[in-house]
Design a protein. Structure first.
Length: 134
């Protein structure tokens, strides 16, 4: 869901997406730790988390009225507040992640005789907050 930037902010789900995805990228730093008991053995890599980043995306046949909103965001840039909603009650894991996001990928593809398909990715800026469903 994308926020409209107004006060109070209203979030709307983009119409036309048939596929959605959420990816968490975790950057690590690794160090070789030798086996001091038997230095001839291979060392083991020990990794530490350095940073995290959430990317949400979707693809589908987007309504032509909504398509201009995506194109405007692409050209104007900047952040919009984004919610990733998980259906269900709080007891069933329902709720949403929210953070400002930047449109970082936009593509339109088409094949002869078919509707144009749009694919987007939004990179969340900073740590998202989780709000459980009511």
């Amino acid at each position: 869901m994308i926020g409209d930037g107004e006060t109070p902010e209203v979030f709307g789900a983009p119409c036309g997406f048939t596929s959605l995805n959420l990816t968490v990228n975790i950057e690590t730093s690794s160090v070789n730790v030798p086996d001091c008991t038997d230095p001839d053995l291979p060392s083991w890599l020990i990794s530490d988390e350095v940073s995290k980043q959430v990317v949400v995306g979707g693809s589908g046949v987007i309504d032509t009225d909504a398509l201009q909103d995506w194109r405007d965001w692409l050209l104007e840039g900047g952040e919009k507040n984004v919610r990733w909603v998980t259906s269900g009650s709080s007891a069933n894991g329902g709720g949403y992640w929210q953070a400002p996001g930047i449109l970082t990928q936009y593509s339109e593809t088409g094949e002869r005789g078919q509707r144009w398909n749009t694919e987007i990715q939004i990179t969340l800026n900073g740590a998202p907050t989780w709000t459980s469903a009511a």
